[in-house]
Design a protein around this ligand. Sequence first.
Ligand SMILES: Nc1ncnc2c1ncn2[C@@H]1O[C@H](COP(=O)(O)OP(=O)(O)OP(=O)(O)O)[C@@H](O)[C@H]1O
Length: 833
Amino acid sequence: MSRVVLNVDSYEGNDTPSAEIARFVVLYGKASTRKHKIWEGDGLLVCFTDSCLLKSEDERDVICRSSALKGLDQLEDGRIINIGSWSVEIQERIATGPPQKPISAQKPEIQSPMPPMTPGNSENVENRKRGGFSSPFLGIELPKPLSKRSATFVPPLIGSESSSSGGSSSSTIQEKIPPFILNEQDILDRKTTSAVTVDTRFARHLRPHQKSGIQFIFDRLRRGSGKNGGGGGAILADDMGLGKSLQTMAATWALLKGSKTAQQLANSCLIIVPSSLVNNWKAEFDKWWRLMRFPAVIALTANDITTYQSTIKLMPYLVISYDLAQRHVEKLKIIRFDVMVCDEGHKLKNLDGKLRKTLLSLEIPRRLILTGTPMQNDFEEFYSLLDFVRPSVFGSIVEFRKMCSDRPEQLNELIDECMLRRTAADVDLKHLPEKHEYILFCAASPIQKHVHSEICDYMTGDALSLIFFARQLANHPKLLLDNLREKTEKSKAHKHSPLLLAFDGAHMPRGGVKESGKLTALVDMIKCFRLLQECTVIVSNYIETLDMIQQLCEYLNFKVLRLDGKTQVPDRQKLVRTFNDHRDPSNIFLLSTKAGGVGLNLIGASRLVLFDSDWNPANDQQAMARIWRDGQVRPCHIYRLITTGTIEEKMLQRQIKKTGLGCVIDAIEVGDTIATFTDEDLKDIFTFTGSATECNTHDLCECPCDGCGMLENEMDEEDDGDDVVENDAEKIDKSGKIDKIDSDDDEEADDEELEADVTDEVVEDSQEPPEATKPAVAAAGLRTIASLAELSRWRHFSPRHADTWHHFMTNAGLSQVDTDVELTFAFYQESQY
Ligand SMILES: Nc1ncnc2c1ncn2[C@@H]1O[C@H](COP(=O)(O)OP(=O)(O)OP(=O)(O)O)[C@@H](O)[C@H]1O
């Protein structure tokens, strides 16, 4: 983002402006006789030989005086002077001329021109070297070249120089807003007369949930250091895109500025972020500090840490990647930071991890974790985050577990005290366009069906490999074939070579689109979106899959921008900017779930396709949140592709179980990592149900809608079985607390079977169980239904209901081309805030 240059020459007080002789960063507020002034915000005092001009940080002229200021030499930091009816406190004298960023903050350059596409050059695609998906793709039509696109895209509201919500231009008349005082209670309690306020640069833009978030962070972090680093700590776990970085900057800036205006709260703040987000933070600081001195050193090398030491007073933030911080921890220790912010702090989920230990060794008393997904896989991981920000408050992991089962209310209280989590549904997001989410079930191709059943018959003890194979197969059988061939070439005795036999004559994939149900769907989808003049992001977990999609997109005359683990950090922000700024529907952004899932703003796109899912729902949620966020002006459509009846459905079901449980402590119930799969689970995972059903997940929900698209409460039917589902769903949805989940505490649970099998969430197969095991199976069935209750909020569509299906496809933007796609079923949810 280019920095706005203050145009002091346009000052109208003089026909021939005189020379500028000094300028100061100041705080300003209405003049008063109060000992402790309430400042309205940051400003800039520009002194000329015969006049002076006070400007607010957003370039508004506050006052101009037609006589020169005297005694400029004596204007030291902290000195308060009056100019007309305004008081001004000098913060620092800065070089005459527009403010400059420190050298380290200026690099790397993130301006256009167009970056090289990564790795747009087809030679880079490893897949081709292996003789993979050679063009032309079988069975697909090349698009007719589009005439010059006429779409006029509305520039993002946020971040543009003309933005009304991200900042204002000099011509904008600013509304006066009341100060947002963070220590109001202290003032009321007469503990202090000095107000600590949120800087106006933020205050005038804040949404209600952001105000309470800032207050929350401020209250937790202001606490002084305690023993063993047990000072103030907090987790801000808002959903992705709700503005965690903005809230963090506003709250920490108040802590840092508090030292100048009222109380000594903090002098330095270390912000540690994944390396892919270093430039994001730089861009955010740029965005909110536009006119003023850049307040952060962006550490790209160890030298920048040294530079920071001498500039703390002027630039109290140090932004650094986890990697660099780990390597130079000794240098960081010397600085003795007051505040530490760990962005995407779920990285600290490993209790015994090196990263966590290293950061703890910094002994920074105030710690803030930012994460949109505090719950990853299990209970211990969550404890790891809590204990990081509040050491000793939650006891040992054993004590934590015990408190969880014996005193859940107390534990929930403790968690509420140090963690704030708001989901998109909790906050007022009227400023965002609506969001449409789809889960599209695609029929497996004949080859996929055949090979899937071969894998099922083949079952060995090596579950991890087989799961990986099944996922590759669901993406495209050629991916699995290439993988097996490569392994067999490396070692003739490779243990999974026998699987190659599954690819016999009639079932030999040649790389055609139609050999994969999802790929067939994807082709039609991206063609439709281009015709709709909308930009698309496609996300996958696998490099090989991204290679395949890239080749396909290029063949269809799309320009591909790609961000994966191999993309250099400085190139990432360039790619994002290019994509967002151009908003050209013939651009496609390919993103790897792990490398690009967090922090990126891809608001240039309004369609996102998640090509494959992860076991961990948090990863998928992160990826899917990239387009629906502040600055987005178009309705967003997010599609998740699933191959019907395969492992992908099982993964989806497990994801829904995890995310459908409202309270964080519910993770106790879902500590099912791959490592803990039972034989029964594995059998279920590999059983192909795609020939017998249009949607295994819908079958398991036992939803009576039959795919007609109506919600349960819209249907006129009364069904006892449905009541059971609803009641169970209620327990989970509304409780948010552990005791409601644990059927031991549920007085209503006279159904002993339910209690007997709380942790058994294994999806049952359809075989008739022996008589003796029936109650347990019934209980597990109920559990399954309840755990999928989240889906009762979605509409369910089957192509059997031709009219509603057609309507659905049209609304989903999928009726623009003559489609070959064999979709077997769909879930749909609209969120309007
Ligand atoms: N009130 C606001 N006014 C203007 N811009 C805002 C506002 N709130 C957030 N934004 C902008 O929206 C974008 C997304 O916010 P931010 O990156 O802070 O979200 P986040 O919660 O950290 O998301 P993630 O978890 O994905 O990193 C940023 O560019 C931010 O500056």
